[in-house]
Design a protein around this ligand. Structure first.
Ligand code: URA
Length: 425
């Protein structure tokens, strides 16, 4: 086996054999295949695609490159959720404790934000004292005692993906369906969850800009999960508008706590409850009632215990940015569009996100929305509040918002886009 013949086969549109895939992933993880060779192979996959059998074998090889966690010793069934990422997507924060309050164990290995989408770990790190890095025994203890844990994935899970994802990032090969599906699913399957619910987003603020591409990605990931014995379903959800009324780390934690207290924006509650029902169904707990667990305070109780078990103080005041700037509505009428990508980019420029993996984020930075599509707005009244510790950023953040909204004449009827666009599985 050698790298050149594997690259040549994919370049010439041949289906790779299982042996070729196993060899190339293993050799790349060991350093025997060089980055430039893997870059060429990734580009050949980007251009020529992969069959279902190739994607499945590629995923299995990436799982086999590292450890596989095992939750069989837990008394509860396990369920996890993965979102392909969006703006204001704080759903993991209320969802994990909610599903745990309903009887499942939720081992939620999460990531940091990069670019215009936020990351769950960055959001939670705005809670004073909270720790994202846990050892495997610590993670198991929190899961066993509390029922849910949200932490960083250890280096041992799918190390081949870690190397390959970093390489794809700098070789224009991220946007490849087989490579995205195998990257996400190798980590989720190695994590050892019994049930998995995917929130695959479509729209301006998402990876997949239209529903057809999102459906294709969701179908590939559901097939991969099923092939590897994980009960997997996907919801296709809208990401043309930010979720909820906040984008930014501490701002989103505050909104998540409102949801856990039985309030919060209607779209965040709707998606949290819909995903919880799917996770509980897939975990074999179809009679659990997540709406009740939000209303009766049991989800909030798990949240408080989960935060405390990871060193955080659930009663501590969350950080606030030093400076605020209000953006007002330029006209009176009905807000018919508020673009998720523009809001995400603007929050990023305010300091809520990072440009490089090593950059710090500002806990208090971000954007509060004072209206959502369908709301009536008045000329001169606040539309958005921008938050940052670095006021020089306000100009760049406002520039990112150029053309981000449409306001129609007062009284114009507005048909809201449904939040949940489809289900696969
Ligand atoms: N997230 C991942 O983990 N991998 C990808 O390829 C894309 C998004």
């Amino acid at each position: 086996m050698d790298a050149i013949s594997v690259i040549r086969a994919k370049r010439d549109r041949q289906e790779l054999t299982g042996e070729q895939i196993d060899w190339v992933i293993d050799a790349y993880t060991r350093g025997a295949v060089a980055d430039e060779q893997m870059s060429a192979l990734a580009m050949a996959v980007y251009l020529n695609g992969m069959t279902r059998a190739e994607i499945s074998r590629w995923t299995a090889a990436m799982i086999a490159s590292g450890e596989r966690m095992d939750f069989a010793a837990l008394a509860r069934p396990t369920a996890d959720k993965h979102s392909t990422g969006g703006v204001g997507d704080k759903i993991t924060l209320p969802l994990a404790p909610l599903v745990a309050a309903c009887g499942a164990a939720v081992p939620q290995l999460s990531g940091r934000g990069l670019g215009h989408t936020g990351g769950t770990l960055d959001k939670l790190e705005s809670v004073p004292g909270w720790r994202a890095s846990l050892t495997n025994p610590e993670m198991m203890r929190v899961l066993d005692e509390v029922g849910s844990v949200i932490c960083a994935a250890g280096d041992g899970l799918a190390p081949a993906d870690k190397r390959l994802y970093a390489l794809r990032d700098v070789t224009a090969t991220v946007e490849s369906l087989p490579l995205i599906a195998s990257s996400i699913m190798s980590k989720k399957i190695a994590e050892g969850t019994g049930a998995l619910v995917l929130d695959v987003k479509a729209g301006s603020g998402a990876f997949m800009k239209n529903v057809e591409d999102a459906r294709e990605l969701a179908t590939a990931m559901v097939e991969l999960g099923t092939d590897h014995g994980v009960r997997t379903v996907a919801l296709l959800t809208d990401m043309n508008t930010p979720l909820g009324l906040t984008a930014g780390n501490a701002l989103e934690v505050r909104e998540s706590v409102e949801v856990l207290a039985g309030g919060g924006p209607a779209d965040v509650v709707e998606l949290t409850v819909a995903l919880a029902r799917e996770m509980l169904d897939a975990a074999g707990l179809p009679d659990a009632d997540p709406a009740k667990a939000l209303a009766d305070g049991s989800a909030m109780d798990v949240w408080r215990r989960m935060v405390a078990a990871q060193g955080g103080d659930p009663d501590a005041e969350l950080p606030r940015a030093r400076e605020q700037h209000v953006v007002t509505a330029p006209a009176s009428g009905v807000l018919t569009r508020l673009d998720a990508y523009a809001v995400g980019l603007s929050a990023w420029r305010l300091g809520a996100g990072r440009a490089r993996k090593e950059d710090p984020v500002q806990a208090g930075a971000g954007i509060e929305l004072h209206a959502r599509p369908g709301d009536t707005v008045t000329a001169g009244a606040p539309l958005l509040t921008l938050h940052t510790d670095t006021p020089d950023a306000f100009g760049y953040a406002e520039a990112a918002l150029e053309g981000a909204w449409d306001i129609a004449a007062p009284g114009t009827p507005h048909e809201p886009t449904p939040l949940i666009l489809g289900r696969i599985g």
